[in-house]
Design a protein around this ligand. Structure first.
Ligand code: IPE
Ligand code: IPE
Ligand code: MG
Ligand code: MG
Ligand code: MG
Length: 324
């Protein structure tokens, strides 16, 4: 087996070993449910890939990789509660399928399971991984809080937005790369550069997520299209549209983003029209590309083979073209 595929298969086997359903069923079944829905498994693949590239057996990074995927899935369960989202990976969200309390507690348990996996590492490596994990997880909470705060604020700037997505999403991709480097005992410089690569890619990734939330194909995206508009999320699309629109459209947009109508169909339609007419859609796509380029620039600083550089480059390019 070649390339990324081999990491996914090994991770899946390890996941099946670790995540089992036991008593109380109500706690563990939703955990099995959410991880069985799969997803792109981006973060663990980055960890295994990074460990491999820094010339260590990638299997040594499996516990860290799974920890990151469990943390990510925990954050999705709680995020779907906070965002009142009905759909995840094309299926019902956990709180929708079960109930709110189940979503809260199963999410909590996943976070603990994630921490527990670091016990597989000894001494300094354990400390370094746990330290990075704690710092990152706290930043994710901060990012999520900004995201919610911004829903009811109308003075959010582009730098505010970038900081918010950096925290809620990008730092975890940075940590995913860096954990691979830590397990491989790579140099400090490699650790820093791999983190920076993941982080820039992470910003591009969240910008793309926001773009797909507005313009994605409901058949492939697996989440409710227009969810961010329904929830009055202050995305790059929204902030740019507000900056570039005519006075008339500005007033319309601000008014629509102060309401949560029972039937959001017309709201979504009008907002998408303004996103397109204002040029915000085009600017978002440009920004996705700019952050991907930024990540690629960092790649040149990484002490890895040309072949591996190519693998990471393609990884970023593929992410930019995704529709899931
Ligand atoms: C969704 O992450 C949450 C964001 C940070 C945008 P992914 O798009 O990686 O979700 P899955 O794991 O592939 O479903
Ligand atoms: C998610 O941001 C970030 C985290 C889960 C920490 P979103 O709210 O945009 O993610 P999706 O779109 O629901 O996957
Ligand atoms: Mg969400
Ligand atoms: Mg959210
Ligand atoms: Mg989203």
């Amino acid at each position: 087996m070649q390339g990324i595929e081999k990491y996914s298969v090994t991770l899946q086997n390890y996941l099946d070993e670790v995540i089992t359903v036991k008593e109380p069923i109500q706690l563990y079944e939703p955990i099995k449910y959410i991880v069985s829905l799969g997803g792109k498994r981006l973060r663990p693949v980055l960890t295994l890939l990074s460990c491999d590239m820094f010339n260590s057996d990638y299997k040594n990074a499996l516990p860290a990789a799974l920890a990151l995927e469990l943390f990510h899935n925990f954050s999705l369960i709680h995020d779907d509660i906070m965002d009142e989202a009905p759909l995840r990976r094309g299926k019902e969200t956990v709180h929708q399928k079960w109930d709110l309390n189940t979503g809260i507690l199963s999410g909590d348990a996943m976070l603990i399971l994630a921490y527990q996996l670091f016990e597989e590492y000894e001494h300094i490596m354990f400390r370094d991984l746990a330290k990075l994990f704690s710092k990152t997880a706290l930043q994710v909470c901060e990012g999520q809080q900004y995201d919610v705060d911004f829903e009811t604020r109308n003075d959010v700037t582009i730098p505010d937005y970038i900081k918010m997505i950096d925290y809620k999403t990008a730092v975890l991709l940075g940590a995913s790369m860096k954990m691979g480097a830590i397990v491989a005992n790579a140099s400090e410089e490699c650790k820093t550069n791999s983190y920076d690569f993941g982080r820039n890619l992470g910003i591009a990734f969240q910008l793309q997520d926001d773009y797909l939330d507005a313009f994605g194909n409901p058949k492939t995206f697996g989440k409710q299209i227009g969810g961010d508009i329904i929830a009055n999320k202050k995305t790059f699309l929204y902030i740019k549209a507000l900056q570039n629109s005519s006075e008339k459209d500005k007033v319309v947009l601000e008014k629509l983003f102060s309401e949560k109508p029972e039937d959001p169909t017309n709201k979504i339609k009008t907002v998408l029209e303004i996103y397109n007419a204002s040029g915000a859609t085009k600017e978002t796509l440009k920004e996705i590309s700019a952050y991907t380029q930024k990540a690629n620039k960092v790649l040149n600083k990484l002490d890895i083979s040309e072949k591996n550089r190519e693998v990471l480059l393609n990884f970023g390019e593929k992410l930019m073209k995704r529709n899931v």
